[in-house]
Design a protein around this ligand. Structure first.
Ligand code: DGL
Length: 275
């Protein structure tokens, strides 16, 4: 496997992080990227802290071995449950000059500027919502905001199985939207805090009152990363910029490539790897 040392590693539990990769490449077109999807062990959304932490740590170690000075956890579940522990307990012994960043911070430090009512809703997997990480992080930046959360366990399977464009799919999309708005009718901003949910964006909008803003994370994560790299030349200088992309999956690569285009909207030729 020929990979540029100096690529930005983008990790997800499976396909979903390709929605984030797309935004990262649009914002940083000259940079090299390695995408790693742990499709063999997806989904992470319903797993325990210990398992998500162990899987995510293995992925980070693997990407460091490929020469990535910087790894982005595009997966909300991994960002919510494993990122802090990896940053605090593992990074110093693994590769102290490398960095691991997630998708929560770019969203939580911006969200207060997007809401007028001060009531924000967060939609995510069971793991992300039960960790309470969004509420905790948002309160650090915007203590006065009211944060309402709702897990949407059927949405990832609907996307993965291409079953969202029918009556059954509509039922579950509407169900979770109705439930979160029922908890707090002053919500004016809803965060799609899961890699898969941007695929459902148009369907979700159909069931939302017009004044409610939907926030997808790809663009936020990408613009915050650009700012981060401008501020951190010690990382930026180590990143190679030949516009290369390598896509790796822990599952069968030919099946990955078939589904991946739904998330990435371009053809993908991935390679199977073992973590
Ligand atoms: N990537 C996960 C996330 O963003 C969704 C898929 C999964 O459960 O593994 O939370």
């Amino acid at each position: 496997m020929m990979i540029n040392k100096g690529a930005i590693g983008v990790f997800d539990s499976g396909y979903g992080g390709l929605t984030v990769l797309e935004s990262l490449q649009a914002e940083l077109p000259s940079y090299d990227f390695i995408y790693l999807g742990d499709n063999a062990r997806t989904p992470y959304g319903s797993r325990s802290f210990e398992v998500i932490y162990q899987y995510t740590l293995e992925a980070v170690k693997f990407l460091f071995k490929q020469g990535c000075p910087l790894v982005i956890l595009a997966c909300n579940t991994a960002s919510a449950k494993a990122l802090r522990t990896i940053q605090q307990n593992d990074l110093a012994s693994l590769a102290p000059t490398n960095r691991v960043l997630g998708v929560l911070r770019p969203t939580t430090e911006e969200i207060g500027t997007l809401t007028s009512s001060g009531h924000v809703g967060v939609l995510g997997t069971n793991g992300t919502i039960n960790s309470n990480s969004y509420a905790i992080e948002i309160k650090k930046f915007f203590p006065a905001l009211t944060v309402v959360q709702k897990s949407c366990p059927m949405w990832v399977p609907l996307v993965e199985n291409n079953e969202f464009d029918n009556v059954g799919g509509e039922f579950y999309i509407k169900k979770y939207i109705d439930e979160i708005l029922h908890q707090d009718d002053e919500i004016d901003t809803l965060v799609l805090a899961c890699t898969h949910y941007p695929i459902l964006e148009e369907k979700i909008k159909k069931h939302l009152p017009k004044h409610i803003r939907l926030v997808s994370q790809g663009n936020l994560v990408a613009s915050k990363l650009k700012t981060y790299l401008n501020r951190h030349s010690e990382i930026n200088d180590r990143l190679t910029k030949t516009s290369a992309l390598n896509v790796l999956t822990t599952e069968c690569n030919t099946s990955f490539d078939l589904v991946a285009s739904k998330f990435y909207k371009k053809e993908i030729k991935s390679i199977t790897v073992k973590l």
